[in-house]
Design a protein around this ligand. Structure first.
Ligand code: A2P
Length: 265
């Protein structure tokens, strides 16, 4: 007789996986159904995971889908010895995943003071919250330009490159909203490419601004969101603070905000 599926603990929704895509052996995306009671602000994260031995095994994951999407999407690394991702990387369409009922986070536009250009700087799976923010019409009401900088090791890790390069500009509703405002700047560190180098180096050298034809970072009009590894966040934080940027939070808006690309195991 088949064993009954474990009951979903009350802190979670149990949602069904609808799509899985493996970008590389280090990165994958999946989508799942979304309870109508699950609401979040673009840029937030929730506790996501699986029932393992009758208990929830969860980690913080940023929602990579826009707030208006009927489904939810997540972008994850895969670590063979990672307690959660060693299992989560094997999810298949029809499987049940846990979605924590209480999304939260600091990468939200309310935590930033008004400004002219919004810089969304990501390394690796740190792109996830920006995949949501870049599809939020409200973001384009608040800023004249929205620049997504995504740095990864090799081209195959540029998850959702086509979304930025072709799908969004051609999108039936968002196309008009993002036109002339959304700028995508992918860069690679371990393969030849038209943009090369870490975002920190690209900023310090001024190369990023020269390539985009935009002035260098200035807290008077630029606002920055950071989402990457611990090292990237630390190095970028130092660069921003040396230029006079101040970190914003849910208590007081500032000129930049940051969050770790959480899941490392
Ligand atoms: P690099 O190849 O020079 O290490 P990972 O896949 O290891 O998470 O890295 C994602 C991207 O983040 C890589 O392109 C990596 O560059 C870059 N990176 C790593 N550390 C930093 C840092 N301290 N500042 C900026 N970028 C970084």
């Amino acid at each position: 007789m088949p064993t009954a599926a474990p009951a979903i603990p009350p802190a979670f929704f149990g949602e069904r996986v609808t799509w899985v895509h493996h970008w590389t052996d280090r990165q994958f995306s999946f989508r799942c159904t979304r309870d109508t009671a699950f609401r979040f602000r673009a840029g937030e994260f929730a506790m996501i995971g699986l029932m393992v031995n009758g208990k929830p095994l969860v980690r913080a994951y940023s929602m990579a889908s826009p707030t208006w999407d009927e489904e939810l999407e997540f972008l994850s690394i895969k670590v063979q010895e990672g307690p959660l991702t060693s299992r989560l990387q094997h999810v298949a369409v029809g499987d049940i995943v846990l979605i924590g009922r209480k999304p939260t986070g600091t990468l939200v536009t309310d935590n930033l003071l008004p400004g002219r250009t919004l810089w969304l700087l990501a390394t690796g799976t740190g792109l996830a919250p920006f995949l949501s923010l870049a599809r939020e019409p409200d973001v384009y009401d608040r800023y004249e330009k929205v620049v997504v900088v995504h740095t990864v090791r090799e081209a195959r890790e540029l998850a959702h490159r086509a979304l930025f390069e072709t799908e969004l500009p051609a999108h039936e509703f968002l196309g008009e909203i993002v036109a002339g405002k959304l700028v995508y700047y992918p860069s690679l560190t371990r393969e030849p490419f038209h943009h090369q180098g870490r975002v920190t180096t690209l900023i310090e050298s001024g190369r990023l601004f020269a390539d985009l034809g935009l002035p260098g970072l200035d807290p008077a009009h630029d606002r920055v969101m950071l989402c990457g590894s611990e090292a990237m966040n630390r190095d970028m934080k130092a660069i921003l603070e040396a230029r006079g940027f101040q970190e914003g939070s849910n208590h007081a808006p500032g000129t930049y905000v940051l969050e770790k690309a959480f899941v490392t195991k």
